[in-house]
Design a protein around this ligand. Structure first.
Ligand code: FE2
Length: 238
């Protein structure tokens, strides 16, 4: 007998053997934070475009390129580029709500600080397909499970389709789990003119100026700025 794993979901794993430098790690660990559902997240949402992370950005680009080529094997001139990127801080007992990443093709998470054997990421089956729920199974496997978790460690990178739902269960590790998440989109030629599906996507050229939210004033601080007000920041000065 043989069983074919038909139409599987590609979840890619990479390990950053080189690791982060002390200054890269410090930069990622000390971003201004704001509340998220279950944890906190960085104000800054274009971190991978910052010159301070150019080495990490290059390594992530190479991983994304390998993943895209291996999974999609594009015939035409098309590639993925990272769009937004931000840091998540999840302390012991905190979690990261169940979500997908809209307006993105492939998403990724790079683990800046994670404890092997304790920190995990959960993915959910994209379809409720159990017409009859034959439970409890003797063993859980990729066919009879509606969710699946993977252990993560510092320097791991996971890439997955942005439509794949995921979450982080309450963190068990003592140290704060710090992860850099990012989205990607297509740049180049997709589809096919003959079948009337052709699209020429110009991509999001690195903007000369980016919008970065001003730091929110602390409680009771007189004359604080309006947190909704945005200021223009020259990327070269970041
Ligand atoms: Fe996510």
């Amino acid at each position: 007998m043989s069983i074919t794993n038909l139409f599987p979901i590609p979840v890619g794993w990479y390990q950053h053997d080189e690791g982060l430098t002390e200054s890269e790690k410090k930069f990622l660990l000390t971003q201004d934070e704001k509340p998220n559902e279950g944890n906190t997240t960085s104000h800054y949402r274009y971190l991978l475009r910052d010159k301070k992370l150019s080495n990490l950005n290059q390594w992530i680009d190479e991983c994304v390129e390998k993943y895209f080529d291996e999974v999609y094997k594009p015939k035409m001139d098309v590639e993925l580029y990272t769009t937004q990127s931000w840091v998540n801080y999840t302390k012991k007992g905190q979690w990261h709500h169940k979500h997908r990443h809209p307006n993105s093709f492939v998403s990724g998470v790079y683990y800046v600080q994670a404890e092997e054997m304790k920190d995990k990421i959960f993915f959910f089956h994209p379809k409720v397909y159990h017409q009859l729920r034959v439970t409890p199974p003797r063993d859980w496997n990729l066919y009879n499970s509606e969710s699946w978790w993977f252990g993560v460690k510092t320097g791991s990178l996971v890439l997955f389709p942005s439509s794949l739902e995921h979450w982080v269960a309450p963190v068990e590790a003592d140290q704060t789990r710090v992860s850099l998440s990012f989205n990607t989109f297509l740049k180049g030629y997709v589809g096919d003119d003959d079948s009337l599906t052709g699209l020429h996507l110009g991509g999001d050229a690195t903007p000369k100026n980016m919008l970065k939210p001003k730091k929110e004033p602390g409680p009771g601080k007189a004359g604080g700025v309006d947190s909704k007000k945005m200021e223009t920041v020259d990327i070269d000065s970041l």
